[in-house]
Design a binder for this molecule. Sequence first.
Ligand SMILES: C[S@@+](CC[C@H](N)C(=O)[O-])C[C@H]1O[C@@H](n2cnc3c(N)ncnc32)[C@H](O)[C@@H]1O
Length: 193
Amino acid sequence: MKENLQFLHAFLKNPTKVGAIAPSSPELANTMISGLKPDKENIILELGVGTGAITKFIEPILPDGESYLGLELDEKLHATLRLTYPHLNIIQGNACEAYKIHKDSGLGKVKYLVCCLPFVSLPKVVTEEIYKQIDMFMEDGCTLRLFQYAHGYYLPPALKLRERMRNRYGKSKRSQLVLKNVPPAYTLTWSTI
Ligand SMILES: C[S@@+](CC[C@H](N)C(=O)[O-])C[C@H]1O[C@@H](n2cnc3c(N)ncnc32)[C@H](O)[C@@H]1O
């Protein structure tokens, strides 16, 4: 409940950056982590940690804290995350610099890129920069998983994202529609491993 309020507050302060009115549901979180097997040499990088709605489900599949790196832009959300997950590497940072932040962290290779960023509402220039960062991880061999809300699925930014990824990484694997989420969403997966 507290998390929902904090999330809503962050949304009202900055709707385009947060991009959702509620954190992801347990059902969406479980779909986002389905099949991921991180370890120290093959870590999960989560972009846009928010209140940790997905992190909560990532945590139990981590063999140790070194198998995960999280990035969250919002200072207040990040401060709360540090208290909730003191044993996890969660950095207050911009996904536009994700590749360098990961390199500087000294952690293992990013095998799983769990991307929770609101591409539909982010400024185009920010989106383009984050795509470049994603490309660098994908060049190193990586699985990219993200979600798209059903109501925005056919909006130009969502279509463009899928077209861009398809042109580079082939057809995505799409999950069934996760109805128990506000709003309902699909997860999409591309892999270069
Ligand atoms: C849709 S919310 C998802 C939060 C959470 N992962 C979930 O699924 O409930 C998007 C999050 O991305 C963060 N964000 C937006 N732009 C970012 C950026 N450039 N770098 C890092 N985080 C960003 C927002 O502050 C917000 O917490």
